[in-house]
Design a protein around this ligand. Structure first.
Ligand SMILES: Nc1ncnc2c1ncn2[C@@H]1O[C@H](COP(=O)(O)OP(=O)(O)OP(=O)(O)O)[C@@H](O)[C@H]1O
Length: 566
């Protein structure tokens, strides 16, 4: 049912810091099952007494327990035992669930960590639906269905083996017949039951569903303006129906197991009763057989049921093991945060070449010297590689050859973070985070750490104070998801303030003012030019706009993979 390799793979999926907690986890679980078993054994004499007040036990302790004059003590002991057992069980359940949820959140944390610490190409190659699936669905199903099922299988198998062992020892013949009957009935039912191959599709169904939902959310304007609501709803609804159908099938599969089991058990119990009535001779043996049957009823049946449900869960969510193992093997870049780096003279791009595919070379042996305090313009036709070159400078993409050098020091993963702390970058379509305007400017800072004077000076310089007038809560106003409460130009202004707030030494603007009106654009570019002259701010400016490029000291144009000065 479960191989050693599978157990090893499941354990390997558990984050290292929780692996050592697995042993107490399985141990507690097993202890809990043993307590359950003992409670059945403990109840037995009382059960016998209730059934037949003349029952006599060979065991002196049992006989003492069921004597009328001792009954009050026996009942008290019984109550204490059950309170203690159930208190322990509650403690264990609490421990178990805390561990399960800690494992799930740690897997999500590790995945998001490796995702955000990876480079831009890795991000570009990831399916967004897969990212959401790997962060939410996979860890949750692994912890709740795979890890818990493994625990159930291990514990319940031991219980089943113990009870079967006792049975074989005390009543070898009828236990053997019962086991054979069980295995036979089980094999017949499972051979004739058609299980569709739905498990495999669960993972891809979830990813598709998330992707269609993302299209519905992110493509809201395009869908509405083209009046294509029904087409997109159809796509989402049909994928959502498929996913829910798969879930419904798996739930039915899980629940129907207990029904099949009931049929098998009733067959075996009928056989045992028939045997007991017809062939059993001695009274003491009868008592033993009834006790054994009671433990079969109280413990073996639920154990078998749990075992089958766990086996089915494990199979259904098997794919989570593969996903987690694949994600944990994602290579991360070594980045050192302590290294310091200064910028006094020159940023150099040296013989950089890059292509996304083997066939098409995009950037060929490009070199560029950028003196501190200069404004450098980069232009060229659409798709010639301007943004890609910026991504190479920002170390978001590693070039096929060539390097980025600051004051004679090559930028490597070891000094990358120090280098990036010198840069302010505004993308073509800046992303506005979910939160307030203030949180979008002073990312990660507490109110006490925020330099409000600098923010106020920048909002005036960039012309954002007029935007703030529309928001009653000023800087504390919420921007909505992806800054939906701001216009395109307002988002650009906010992103420029954000880039300037940290006092960068290098400012990279990728078509950063193209959604603004001329008056606002000139105001911002004049301010940046002033800062560049006064504070030696170095600016790299990508634009198609001749008027914008007049602010540059030198202009370089991409022509057929090569950057020429114009
Ligand atoms: N991940 C990728 N895989 C394959 N090709 C890509 C990838 N990302 C970008 N490209 C291609 O690389 C080329 C250069 O893109 P880039 O964004 O650098 O151009 P650009 O000069 O900035 O264009 P624009 O002026 O339109 O912004 C384009 O043809 C684009 O399709």
């Amino acid at each position: 049912m479960i191989t050693k390799a599978k157990i090893k793979a499941i354990i390997a999926c558990v984050p290292e810091k929780y692996q050592k907690k697995l042993l107490p986890f399985f141990g507690f679980s097993f202890g809990n099952v043993i307590l359950d078993l003992l409670s059945v054994a403990y109840l037995l004499p009382f059960l016998m007494l209730a059934l037949d007040s003349h029952s006599r036990f060979e065991n002196r302790y049992l006989q003492f327990l069921v004597q009328k004059e001792h009954l009050i003590y026996s009942i008290l002991l019984l109550i204490v035992f059950f309170i203690a057992k159930n208190t322990l069980s509650i403690l264990f359940i609490n421990y178990q669930n805390r561990l399960i949820f800690a494992v799930s959140s740690e897997i999500s944390k590790k995945y998001t960590h490796s995702f955000i610490h990876n480079n831009y190409l890795f991000y570009q190659n990831q399916d967004k639906g897969d990212i959401i699936k790997n962060t939410i669905e996979v860890p949750n199903n692994f912890a709740n269905n795979v890890l818990l099922s493994l625990n159930t299988i291990l514990c319940e198998s031991i219980i089943i083996m113990v009870i079967s062992g006792i049975g074989l020892l005390l009543f070898p013949k009828i236990t053997l017949i019962a086991i054979v009957l069980f295995l036979l009935a089980f094999a017949i039912i499972y051979t004739f039951r058609k299980v569709k191959n739905v498990r495999k599709s669960l993972s891809s169904d979830y990813r598709n569903n998330v992707n269609y939902l993302l299209d519905l959310i992110n493509g809201f304007f395009e869908i509405k303006s083209a009046s294509k609501e029904e087409a997109f709803l159809d796509k989402f609804n049909s994928s959502n129906r498929k996913l829910n159908k798969t879930h419904a099938f798996l739930t039915t599969l899980k629940n129907s197991n207990s029904k099949y089991l009931e049929i098998i058990i009733i067959l075996i119990i009928s056989f045992l009763v028939f045997y007991l009535v017809n062939y059993s001779a001695e009274n003491s043996k009868n008592v033993l057989l009834i006790s054994f049957m009671a433990s079969v009823f109280f413990k073996l049946i639920p154990s078998l049921n749990k075992l089958i449900v766990a086996g089915s869960s494990l199979k259904s969510y098997d794919y989570t093991i593969e996903s987690i193992l694949k994600n944990t093997s994602i290579e991360k870049e070594t980045v050192q945060s302590e290294t310091r780096i200064g910028f006094e003279n020159e940023l150099r791009i040296e013989n950089v070449s890059f292509s996304y595919t083997e066939e098409n070379k995009l950037i060929d042996n490009v070199s560029l010297k950028i003196a501190k305090g200069n404004i450098i313009g980069i232009s060229g036709r659409s798709g010639t590689g301007k943004t890609t070159l910026l991504h190479i400078i920002l170390k978001l993409i590693n070039p096929k050859s060539g390097k980025i050098v600051l004051d004679g020091t090559e930028i490597t993963p070891l000094n990358k973070n120090a280098f990036l702390s010198l840069i302010g970058y505004v993308t073509q379509e800046p992303y506005i985070f979910n939160g307030s305007i203030l949180e979008n400017i002073a990312i990660g800072q507490t109110e006490a750490e925020i330099d409000f004077d600098r923010i106020n000076a920048l909002t005036v310089a960039i012309g954002f104070e007029e935007v703030l007038q529309n928001f009653p809560d000023g800087l504390h106003s919420l921007t909505g998801n992806s800054g939906q409460k701001l216009s395109g130009g307002q988002k650009q202004k906010l992103a420029i303030i954000r880039a300037l707030y940290n006092d960068p030494q290098i400012l990279i603007l990728d078509e950063a003012t193209n959604q603004l009106d001329e008056e606002n654009e000139i105001k911002i570019l004049n301010y940046i030019k002033g800062v560049s002259q006064k504070e030696k701010l170095t600016v790299l400016l990508v634009s198609h706009d001749k008027k914008v490029l007049t602010y540059c000291d030198t202009i370089h144009q991409f022509q057929k993979e090569i950057l020429h000065e114009v």
